[in-house]
Design a protein around this ligand. Structure first.
Ligand code: ZN
Length: 171
């Protein structure tokens, strides 16, 4: 079983009026991600939506403008992506989808052996999720046309780092 991890495709990051929007680059990856979702569903693989979901007074807001606060519209998955009942939703408070979540247990229960990453931001939640996945020995691939960041230089660095240091496959 393979899993597609769709990271932080949430209103606050993707929509132009979102609290911490990544801008136009976020919009540009929506269609490519939809195509990947369709492909993974057709092949009987598992979809995971990884969702930033913060407490109102989360310490992450010492560094970033408040965003994706639990039970607010900004924390919702964007309307363009369909969520089906067989999909898994993992809420997280930190960059890595593994930190303080039961993602690893869910992956094991579904016998997932390979992870494919898409979403935002390449240099933050995608990169740190990839790092923890590699620490756990999962093979990881990142679809480079399906990840984006507000900082293009950091986006490029993160793809290079994921490939050369973490041993991810960049597709
Ligand atoms: Zn956050």
């Amino acid at each position: 079983m393979k899993a597609l991890l769709i990271i932080d495709m949430l209103r606050d990051f993707i929509y132009e009026d979102g609290a911490l929007t990544v801008g136009q680059v976020g919009k540009a990856i929506i269609e490519p991600i939809k195509a990947k979702i369709e492909k993974f569903r057709e092949e009987g693989n598992q979809i995971f939506y990884i969702c930033d979901n913060h407490a109102k007074d989360d310490r992450e807001f010492d560094m970033f403008h408040p965003h994706c606060i639990a039970d607010t519209p900004g924390a919702k998955i964007i309307d363009e992506l369909e969520v089906r009942k067989e999909d898994k939703i993992i809420k997280k408070r930190r960059y890595s989808a593994f930190f303080g979540t039961d993602l690893d247990l869910n992956l094991r229960e579904k016998d997932v052996e390979e992870l494919y990453l898409v979403g935002v931001c390449t240099n933050i939640c995608v990169l740190y999720t990839a790092a923890d996945a590699r620490n756990l020995n999962y093979p990881v691939a990142i679809y480079k046309d399906c990840v984006a960041s507000f900082d293009n230089e950091a986006h490029e660095f993160a793809l290079k780092e994921a490939g050369t240091t973490l041993g991810c496959t960049i597709l």
